[in-house]
Design a protein around this ligand. Structure first.
Ligand code: IPE
Ligand code: IPE
Ligand code: MG
Length: 258
């Protein structure tokens, strides 16, 4: 498919509603060009802009981007502070544009580790864009799937301590209601760029029935065409959710079980 084909990829009803991406490979992109890793992260921001625009055009409802994991603090101090600064500068520069394009911005992850200035920009951005109805962009920062489950279980336990919940009340629905992704549909399509085939503590609970797509393209090179290819792959799959292929083809399943 040419680039022209990618831009003419018509939104159809079997588009993924929610795409979740591990944007990996910035460092290797820079190293291949004998550039410092910082340049790879900067190039990565440009790719984010392109992908957000394309998802909005394609009428995708939710795009979740893994920007910084709870394990990324293990990187050299210099790289961590560079990433924090890039995050802050990018938000300062982009939030108004996102808002003009009716994009809703949300953050998931433990933000208490961030500077007050950064926390304020994040919550101001969420507040400013909260009623926007085009694409929702969820940025996962200082996020870990295990952290998410722990904080959900902690909130549930606090309600149990207060006598508001009993152990029989613990259901999948209740856990969902306490995860940081409450209110969002589950991801339909997971994409990891950069060639690694692992989940790296991303949305552990939420990925239970997500279609997985791995590509060796390094994140700064991931463009509209690459995303169109991933969506095409998604569309070619039969999602069975435990049913048989025949049941899906004959549509003999009650809608609420799908
Ligand atoms: C992903 O790219 C960006 C972050 C984790 C912040 P990497 O920095 O992990 O790039 P590689 O994997 O070293 O190439
Ligand atoms: C995952 O990438 C986290 C982000 C892209 C933000 P990493 O590069 O940190 O993952 P590992 O360490 O290779 O598993
Ligand atoms: Mg990496």
């Amino acid at each position: 498919m040419s680039l022209e084909d990618a831009s003419s990829l018509e939104p159809v009803n079997n588009n993924p509603q929610h795409i979740a991406i591990i944007m990996d490979g910035n460092g290797r992109w820079a190293q291949k060009r004998f550039l410092p890793r910082a340049m790879g992260h900067q190039a990565g921001v440009k790719a984010v802009r392109k992908i957000v625009e394309f998802c909005a055009q394609q009428e995708i409802e939710v795009l979740t981007l893994f920007a910084f994991s709870s394990e990324n603090w293990r990187r050299p101090e210099e790289e961590v502070s560079l990433l924090m600064n890039l995050f802050l500068v990018t938000l300062q520069r982009e939030i108004d544009k996102l808002n003009e394009n009716k994009i809703r911005l949300q953050f998931i992850g433990d933000r208490t580790a961030f500077s007050e200035k950064l926390q304020k920009i994040m919550s101001d951005g969420e507040l400013l864009t909260k009623n926007n109805t085009a694409l929702t962009v969820v940025v996962a920062v200082n996020y870990g799937g295990r952290w998410d489950m722990c904080q959900a279980f902690r909130k549930v336990a606090e309600k149990m301590d207060a006598g508001l919940l009993a152990s029989q009340d613990i259901t999948e629905h209740l856990i969902n209601q306490h995860l940081s992704t409450v209110g969002l549909p589950e991801p339909d399509l997971f994409i990891r760029t950069g060639g690694e085939q692992r989940v790296s503590n991303f949305l552990l609970w939420q990925l239970a029935y997500t279609e997985m797509y791995f590509t060796s393209i390094l994140w700064p090179d991931f463009d509209q065409q690459a995303l169109a290819d991933a969506i095409k792959s998604f569309r070619s799959r039969q999602r069975r959710f435990g049913h048989t292929g025949e049941q899906i083809l004959n549509q003999t399943i009650p809608l609420e079980q799908l």
